[in-house]
Write a protein that binds this ligand. Structure first.
Ligand SMILES: Cc1cc2nc3c(=O)[nH]c(=O)nc-3n(C[C@H](O)[C@H](O)[C@H](O)COP(=O)(O)O)c2cc1C
Length: 352
C-alpha cells in the first residue's frame, strides 16, 4: 500500500515503475497525465498516452455535442483497453454548454476518470461519484485546491504560473506552489505547468506531488492529431516566446506569441481598463480549428506553455513516456545518489 505522499520506485526487467497514490487511484502504470487540450485532446492522443502507460484525456468541450463526445469516447475505447479520462472545463460563460448531456455521455461511455477545470465542479460531483468516477480538479492556487479537497474531489492537478492555458491571477510558479500544496493538502496531487521530462518528474515527486500533468509537451508528439506547423512552432519556440493575454479581463491565458497576439496586446494597451471581450473577439474566438487543424499559425491566440523552451523533438507518446521513466531512474540512482555519496563527478547530462 502506498501511504500518504510517498512514491515507491522499483526496478524490474521492464524498467522502473513509480507507484504513488495517483497511479493507484487511476489504475495507470506511470504517474504521467496528458491534460485536456482544446482541439488537441482527441481519441488519437488520449489512446496513445494511455497505451504508453500514462493517463490520456479527451477534451470534452472540443466535441460540439454530447453525441459527438459519445462517439469520440467509443473511438478511444476501440484504440485502447487502458484507462483514459475526459476533461470537462466549466467556462465562465452565460450560455453554458450542455454539461448534464456531456456527463451522461461520459457515464454511458463507461469512462471512470474525469479531469475538471475552470469553475467549481461541485454541482456535478454527486452524479460522477455515484457512478464510481474519480475526479481530478485542476487548480492554480492552494485555496482552490483546498476547496476541491473539501467538496470531495479525489485528487487535484496543481497548475503553476508557467503553464500553457489559464494560469489564474496569482502568478505563483511551481517551485513555490507545489511545496505549498504539499503543506496543505491531504488528497494526492500532480504537478502541472512547465513539465517536460525526467527532471520535471523527479522534482515534482521531491516537492510532494505524486505525478505530473503535461500539456504543451504532448502536443509535440507523433500521435497528437494537430497540424505539423503547430509541432514545429513549439520546437522553434524558446521559453521567452509565450505571452499573457486577457489579463485586464481577469481571464489570463498564456499563449504562443504571434502576429494576432501582438495585435491583441496592442489593443489591451490602448483600451486599458475599458477593454471588453468583444474588442479582442477576432483574436481569440473560434480560432483553434484554424490553428490546430489547418496550421494557420497567425490565426489567433493559442495556449502554449513556457516549457516550449525545453521541447526539442517529436517522439511518439511511448518513446516520450519510456524516456521520462528511464531517465528518472538514472537521475535518482545516478546523480542524486552520487551527490549523497559525495561523488563530485555526478554531473547532469543534457537531459538531467
Ligand atoms: C493548446 C492547449 C489547449 C488547452 N486547453 C485546455 C482545455 O480546454 N481545458 C483545460 O482544462 N486545460 C486546457 N489546457 C491546459 C492543459 O490541460 C495543461 O493544464 C497545461 O497545458 C499544463 O501546462 P504545460 O503546457 O506547461 O504543460 C490547454 C493547454 C494547451 C497548451
Amino acid at each position: 500500500m502506498i501511504s500518504t505522499r510517498q512514491a515507491k520506485l522499483s526496478l524490474d526487467s521492464k524498467g522502473p515503475t513509480v507507484k504513488t497514490r495517483i497511479t493507484e487511484l487511476f489504475g495507470i502504470e506511470h504517474p504521467i497525465i496528458q491534460g485536456g487540450m482544446h482541439y488537441v485532446g482527441f481519441a488519437e492522443l488520449a489512446s496513445a498516452v494511455s497505451n504508453a502507460g500514462g493517463l490520456g484525456i479527451i477534451t470534452g468541450l472540443t466535441q460540439k455535442t454530447p453525441k459527438d463526445l459519445a462517439n469520440e469516447i467509443a473511438k478511444c475505447r476501440d484504440m485502447t483497453d487502458k484507462p483514459f479520462g475526459v476533461n470537462l472545463t466549466f467556462l465562465p460563460t452565460v450560455m453554458s454548454p450542455d454539461y448534464p448531456g456531456y456527463i451522461k455521455a461520459i457515464l454511458e461511455g463507461g469512462v471512470r476518470i474525469v479531469e475538471t477545470a475552470g469553475r467549481n465542479p461541485q454541482p456535478y460531483l454527486p452524479a460522477l461519484h455515484q457512478a464510481g468516477v474519480k475526479v481530478i480538479h485542476k487548480c492554480t492556487s492552494v485555496r482552490h485546491a483546498l476547496k476541491a479537497e473539501t467538496i470531495g474531489c479525489d485528487a487535484v492537478s496543481v497548475d503553476g504560473f508557467e503553464c500553457g492555458g489559464h494560469p489564474g491571477e496569482d502568478d505563483i510558479p511551481n517551485m513555490i506552489l507545489l511545496p505549498r500544496a504539499a503543506e496543505e493538502l491531504k488528497i494526492p496531487f500532480v504537478s502541472s505547468g512547465g513539465m517536460a521530462d525526467a527532471r520535471s518528474l523527479v522534482a515534482s515527486l521531491a516537492m510532494g506531488a505524486e505525478g505530473m500533468n503535461m500539456g504543451t509537451r504532448f502536443i509535440a508528439t507523433k500521435e497528437a492529431p494537430v497540424h505539423e506547423n503547430v509541432k514545429q512552432a513549439i520546437i522553434a519556440a524558446s521559453e521567452l516566446d509565450t505571452r499573457l493575454v486577457m489579463r485586464p479581463l481577469r481571464n489570463t491565458e498564456r499563449v504562443m506569441n504571434n502576429a494576432a497576439v501582438e495585435r491583441l496586446l496592442e489593443k489591451e494597451k490602448e483600451l486599458g481598463v475599458d477593454l471588453k471581450f468583444e474588442d479582442i473577439i477576432e483574436e481569440v474566438a473560434g480560432v483553434y480549428p484554424r490553428i490546430m487543424m489547418e496550421g494557420d499559425m497567425d490565426a489567433g491566440a493559442w495556449s502554449c506553455g513556457m516549457v516550449a523552451g525545453l521541447i526539442h523533438d517529436i517522439p511518439t507518446c511511448k518513446e516520450l513516456i519510456d524516456r521520462i521513466m528511464r531517465e528518472a531512474e538514472a537521475l535518482i540512482q545516478g546523480r542524486l545518489r552520487g551527490i549523497l555519496e559525495g561523488n563530485l563527478d555526478t554531473q547532469p547530462t543534457a537531459a538531467q
